[in-house]
Design a protein around this ligand. Structure first.
Ligand code: ATP
Ligand code: MG
Length: 436
C-alpha cells in the first residue's frame, strides 16, 4: 500500500541508521563550547514575529521571503529562522545580563526557513550556535572564531577556508550607504524589485542578493573596508593580529555582508568547496547594537551559527570518522519458558549497570534467535536451557572469537559479566571514534 502522507518538502528524517553521526557532531560541539566556558541554553521553537522583524531586519531575505509565520487564535508567531534573536531575548528576560559578564551561551536547535530545497539547503535545518555578550574587545571575536575553528579541527575537517570582513558601525556605514546609493543609482532600473526598495532603506543588503543580475551589477561596488572609522579599523587590525597569534589562517573578503541585519564590525564565514554551491558551513559576527535594539542595556555581543546538515555533508565527503553506535552487549537466548523468566531477570541486572542487554520476546526457536543476535551485533550470547537452570551456571559466548566463559546465574551474574566485559569489550570504548 502506498504511503499517503509523506514528510514536507525540505525536511529530513534522521533515522537510527544515521543518528551516531549526529551524536558525534553534537557531542564534540558541546565539549568544544564547554572548553571555552560556554553553557547550554534552550529556547522556544517559536517566538513573536516582532522579535525577528526587529532583529533579523525587515529588508533581509529571511524576513521578506523565508519566515514560517503562524496565527494561533488571535496571536501571531514565527518559527525561529535562526537562534540569535530568541537567545538574546532569553538572556534579557532571565536577567542574565545583570550577572557577571561576559555571558557565554551555546545551543543546538532546529531552524525553519521557506527556501527552495536543494543539497545543503532545507526548510527545517539544524544549527550549533553560540552567543557571547558583554565584551567589546577584538579578543572576544578571536575567541569565538577560534572556537568554531577548534570544533572543525576536532571533527577532522580539512580545507575549510575562513573569510573575514568588517562591516563597520552605524557611524562608518552612513558614509558607505551614500557611496553605495550613488553607485547603484545609475543602474537602478536593472535591480530586482526587492533591491529597488533596498536601495533607499538598506543599500548594503543589495550586496547579499542572490539574483545573478544584482550580483553582476554589485561586482564593482565600493567596499565597506574603505569607509571604516578609526575605531572599527583598529578593531579589525587587532583581530587579525590575534588570529595570526593563534595560527588561524584567514582571508579578508570585503564582499561578505551576511544575510542578517544585526551585524556590526566583524563578520566571518567558514566555507568549503566540497559540497557544492551551499558551502558556507558557519556564519557569524559581532552585533553591538542588537541588545539595545531589543530593549536591553547597550551591550556589545557576537556569535555564530553553524549548519549541521552542511557540516555532516562535508564530513561525509571528506571521510571523517564518526562514533560507533552502541550495540548489544549481551543477547540471552532462552530455550524454554522457565529460562525465559530467568532471562528477564539477568537482562534486568545488566541494564541497571548500564549495559545493553536483550532477550527473546518473539517466541523464536534457537536458530532464529541466533540469527537475530548476529544481526544486532550482540557481543556476548548466553543460551539458557533446562541444564543451565539446574546447575546454576551457563556458558557465555564471546561472538567475535567464539570463546566461551563459565558464568553464574545467581547474584554473581552482573559482577562476573562486568569483569569479562572490561577484559573483552573495553577495546570498544577506545575505538569509539574509529570509522564505521
Ligand atoms: P546562505 O547564504 O547559505 O543562505 P545564510 O547567510 O542565510 O546562509 P545564516 O543565517 O548565517 O546563513 O545561518 C548560519 C548557517 O546556517 C549557514 O552558514 C548555514 O550553514 C546554515 N543554513 C542557513 N540556511 C540554511 C538552510 N536553509 N538549510 C541548511 N542550512 C542552512
Ligand atoms: Mg540564507
Amino acid at each position: 500500500m502506498a504511503l499517503k502522507i509523506t514528510r514536507p518538502q525540505g525536511t529530513e528524517d534522521i533515522t537510527p541508521k544515521n543518528i551516531s553521526k549526529w551524536y558525534t557532531v553534537e557531542t564534540i560541539a558541546r565539549e568544544t563550547a564547554q572548553s571555552f566556558g560556554f553553557r547550554e541554553i534552550r529556547v522556544p521553537t517559536f517566538e513573536s514575529t516582532d522579535l525577528f522583524l526587529r532583529s533579523v531586519g525587515e529588508t533581509t531575505d529571511v524576513v521578506q521571503k523565508e519566515m514560517y509565520t503562524v496565527k494561533a487564535k488571535e496571536t501571531e508567531f514565527t518559527l525561529r529562522p535562526e537562534g540569535t534573536a530568541g537567545t538574546i531575548r532569553a538572556l534579557l528576560q532571565n536577567g542574565m545580563l545583570n550577572d557577571a559578564l561576559p555571558q557565554k551561551v551555546f545551543y543546538i536547535l532546529s531552524c525553519f526557513r521557506h527556501e527552495r530545497p536543494q543539497a545543503g539547503r532545507l526548510r527545517e535545518f539544524h544549527q550549533f550556535g553560540l552567543e557571547m555578550a558583554g565584551s567589546a574587545s577584538p579578543a572576544a571575536d578571536a575567541e569565538v572564531i577560534s572556537l568554531a575553528k577548534n570544533l572543525l579541527d576536532r571533527l577532522g575537517l580539512k580545507n575549510i577556508a575562513l573569510n573575514i570582513n568588517s562591516i563597520g558601525c552605524p557611524k562608518c556605514r552612513s558614509e558607505y550607504h551614500k557611496a553605495l546609493r550613488s553607485y547603484f543609482a545609475d543602474r537602478e532600473d536593472e535591480l530586482c524589485d526587492t533591491c529597488k526598495t533596498r536601495l533607499e532603506k538598506n543599500p548594503m543588503r543589495i550586496l547579499d542578493c542572490k539574483s545573478p543580475v544584482c550580483g553582476d551589477i554589485a561586482k564593482d561596488a565600493p567596499v565597506i573596508l574603505d569607509y571604516l572609522c578609526e575605531e572599527c579599523s583598529d578593531h579589525f587590525e587587532t583581530l587579525k593580529k590575534y588570529l595570526e597569534n593563534l595560527s588561524i589562517e584567514y582571508s579578508v573578503n570585503p564582499k561578505i555582508v551576511r544575510g542578517l541585519d544585526y551585524y556590526t564590525k566583524t563578520v566571518f564565514e567558514f566555507v568549503t568547496t566540497d559540497i557544492g554551491a551551499q558551502g558556507t558551513v558557519c556564519g557569524g559576527g559581532r552585533y553591538d547594537g542588537l541588545i539595545e535594539q531589543l530593549g536591553g542595556p547597550a551591550t556589545p555581543a557576537l556569535g555564530f551559527g553553524m549548519g549541521l546538515e552542511r557540516l555532516l555533508l562535508t564530513m561525509e565527503s571528506q571521510g571523517c570518522a564518526f562514533m560507533t553506535p552502541k550495540s548489544c552487549d549481551l543477547y540471552i537466548a532462552p530455550m524454554e519458558d522457565a529460562a525465559a523468566d530467568k532471562a528477564m531477570l539477568l537482562a534486568q541486572s545488566l541494564r541497571l549497570s548500564g549495559y545493553q542487554a536483550e532477550y527473546d520476546i518473539m517466541n523464536r526457536g534457537l536458530k532464529a534467535q541466533m540469527k537475530y543476535a548476529n544481526k544486532i551485533g550482540a557481543k556476548f550470547v548466553l543460551v539458557l536451557g533446562g541444564n543451565e537452570l539446574e546447575c546454576g551456571c551457563a556458558k557465555l559466548k564471546l561472538m567475535e572469537t567464539g570463546e566461551q566463559f563459565e558464568i553464574h546465574l545467581d547474584d554473581r551474574f552482573a559482577e562476573e559479566f562486568e569483569d569479562l566485559a572490561i577484559q573483552y569489550l573495553f577495546q570498544d570504548i577506545l575505538d569509539e571514534f574509529e570509522e564505521e
